[in-house]
Write a new protein. Structure first.
Length: 309
């Protein structure tokens, strides 16, 4: 994707006149903002870093903890690129060489709309792309919970009989970012001393996929690595976005009502000094549109907590 298209799209998406036309064409709610497209992709940025002779990060001395693979999900690769860059930098700083392997989209967007056959094609592609390189010592690390958890939840069923066991084995080594960090903490490869001793308060809104298929426990533990960070998980259910549901014209009002049940009021009464954190891209979008507050991915919070960036 050239740099001109993101700039043109973002102009169209934010200009009052053209934005209204675009939303009408896409079926977006008029009051909903449109996610911006970043000026370059995460894949292209990581490729440039790993090829750069200046960075020279190929030796075991600089990366004593070995190599890991980052999953450039369709949301992080095009919209939340800055979060992906910070994930790359955090892992580098903690002693891991990071590569993005060849892979297709996760299929999450298709699954959310019931387009199972299209998702199945992507699942089989990803299983075949990744089955021989992803392992316990070189896991696949995901930033967007709904995308990486697709490997563990739907892929074994989508894979068919021939690839089901392969998909199950692959899924065991597909980890959310916070799961990986805490696994390495337990192994002694990451230590609390690598993070700031500053005092900060964080309120966390957990992702629905994460809460139903895994746990927010590793997220809270990861955010507690800085000795003086306190974490309070907001006792909210769904933020109201539910993937693309809250973007759609016919569902916008309901999505806002869901947000008003717990999440929005809790954020509004939270002091401006307290960090709002949410791992889900649609959750962060909902929080911004519904309350005006910017929510940060836990990766961003951890990046800022590193003693040296």
């Amino acid at each position: 994707m050239g740099m001109l298209f993101p700039a043109f799209f973002n102009f169209v998406a934010t200009n009052p006149f053209t934005s209204a036309l675009l939303k009408a064409t896409l079926g977006f709610a008029p009051a909903r903002s449109i996610p911006a497209i970043y000026k370059f992709t995460l894949k292209s940025w990581v490729k440039s870093q790993n090829r750069s002779p200046v960075s020279g990060r190929n030796g075991n001395t600089e990366f004593p903890n070995g190599k890991v693979y980052l999953f450039a999900d369709e949301f992080t690769d095009y919209n939340d690129v800055e979060i992906g860059i910070k994930a790359f930098k955090v892992l580098n700083k903690l002693g891991y060489r990071v590569e993005i392997p060849e892979h297709a989209e996760s299929g999450r967007a298709y699954l959310s709309k019931g387009l199972v056959q299209k998702a199945k094609v992507l699942a089989i592609k990803n299983i075949n792309f990744l089955k021989d390189i992803i392992s316990e010592s070189a896991p696949l690390i995901g930033i967007e919970p709904s995308a990486i958890l697709t490997f563990r939840d739907e892929y074994p069923d989508l894979a068919g009989k021939e690839l089901r066991e392969t998909a199950l084995a692959l899924g065991k080594n597909c980890l959310m970012f916070d799961e990986f960090i805490m696994r390495e903490v337990i192994k002694g490869k990451i230590k609390r001393e690598q993070f700031t001793t500053e005092t900060k308060n964080i309120r966390l809104h957990g992702h629905c996929h994460q809460k139903s298929l895994a746990s927010t426990g590793p997220t809270k533990e990861m955010l507690s690595l800085p000795a003086n960070y306190t974490i309070d998980e907001i006792k909210s259910g769904c933020c109201g976005m539910a993937g693309s549901f809250g973007y759609e014209r016919e569902h916008y009002e309901l999505s806002q009502k869901v947000g008003e049940l717990v999440l929005f009021p809790e954020i509004r009464k939270t002091s401006i000094e307290t960090i709002i954190s949410a791992p889900g891209t649609s959750c962060r979008h909902q929080i911004k549109d519904g309350t005006g507050r910017k929510a940060f991915h836990p990766v961003e919070v951890l990046f800022d907590a590193l003693k040296e960036k």
